[in-house]
Design a protein around this ligand. Structure first.
Ligand code: ADP
Ligand code: MG
Length: 322
């Protein structure tokens, strides 16, 4: 994924349901080990794919009682709730019951019945997440409600990993949490200091690229319809769901890549802006110039928004930039 013509040291582990890699400019097994252990701890707090975690303790008490969580998880849930309540937001941190019903990426093979979808849609209102700042508790008002951090966990964790690297005096690195990339400061590989980050071609199974980004000290996060999906009767069902229909969001985008300062906002906005589709997402970005985006459309056109924060080089001529 990362182009490196300089001396680099890569450390890899399978975590977060994906491949996590750290690329450092000097060998440092110790720090890499420390970071992998930390990721395991954070994953065990945030996951909803295991019976026990901080978030699962909130979910299992839905409709019954508030649950006290750690300060960091509380503030992450609070942020996610705020973004879920933004007018027109397609991001919904309370989407859990629908995610579990569809099981996309987890052995789901065909769409659930309309009745099942309608039942779950009654349990996904982010207003029904009650937060008590004083007690640091989270209460899901209806039995069967579930918070799902799948869209933001990797971004949240990537920012923490960045902070740990800096604390340990490591100022140049690439953190890659299965496609959530953080490029730390400048690359030593070229005079301009650009890190080169490959943009994967959707649905290619051999790491084919569309092109690559050049960034300095940025997070690069992609959300798309090709990461986790199934095909049933010629229709593709992917893993970003529309709260208003209960079905996967349907628009002209194959993927959106967000270039931002923090990976948490990259992850939040990759999901949210994917859902808005190109026109409305681009409108939003014109008013938020600190966020940049690369849109890959199903018709193989590429559009950029706010390209002052990065450069993009197209290498795959099946695509055109417009
Ligand atoms: P990836 O997991 O490939 O990085 P995303 O960041 O786009 O992809 O997150 C997708 C995940 O977010 C889904 O697997 C699911 O857990 C959760 N999710 C699905 N739909 C929504 C939604 N509308 N709002 C918030 N989270 C969602
Ligand atoms: Mg996301």
């Amino acid at each position: 994924m990362v182009n490196s013509s300089y001396e680099s040291y890569e450390y890899v582990q399978n975590l977060l349901g994906t491949t996590v890699s750290l690329i450092l400019c000097e060998p440092n097994e110790n720090v890499a080990h420390k970071i992998f252990e930390l990721i395991k701890v954070l994953e065990s707090k945030l996951t909803v794919n295991r019976p026990v975690s901080e978030v699962m303790s909130v979910n299992l008490a839905a409709g019954q009682q508030p649950v006290k969580v750690s300060h960091s998880i509380f503030s992450l849930i609070a942020q996610a709730k705020d973004v879920s309540l933004m007018p027109g937001s397609c991001f919904n941190v309370a989407i859990g019951p629908l995610v579990k019903l569809w099981k996309i990426g987890f052995n789901g093979r065909f769409p659930p019945s309309q009745q099942q979808i309608d039942e779950k849609r009654l349990l996904i209102d982010p207003q029904d997440i009650e937060l008590n700042v004083e007690d640091q508790t989270v209460f899901l008002k209806k039995k069967g409600m579930e918070i799902d951090m799948g869209a933001i966990a990797k971004g949240y964790i990537a920012d923490i990993v960045k902070a740990i690297l800096l604390q340990n005096g490591i100022n140049q690195a690439i953190i890659n949490l299965g496609g959530n990339v953080v490029a730390l400061n400048q690359s030593p590989a070229n005079a301009e200091g650009f890190w080169h980050i490959g943009l994967r071609k959707p649905f290619s199974n051999n790491d084919e690229l569309v092109g690559f980004l050049k960034v300095i000290n940025k997070s690069v996060v992609t959300s798309g319809i090709y990461e986790r999906y199934f095909v049933h009767k010629d229709t593709l069902y992917h893993h970003i769901l529309d709260s208003s229909t209960g079905y996967p969001l349907n628009n002209e985008l194959e993927s959106i890549t967000i270039i931002s300062d923090t990976s948490l906002e990259g992850d939040l906005f990759s999901t949210l802006l994917y859902g808005l589709g190109y026109e409305r997402a681009n409108e939003y970005l014109q008013k938020h110039r600190n966020l940049s985006a690369i849109f890959l459309l199903k018709n193989k056109t590429i559009k950029l928004a706010n390209p002052h924060n990065f450069a993009f080089e197209l290498t795959n001529h099946q695509y055109v930039m417009r």
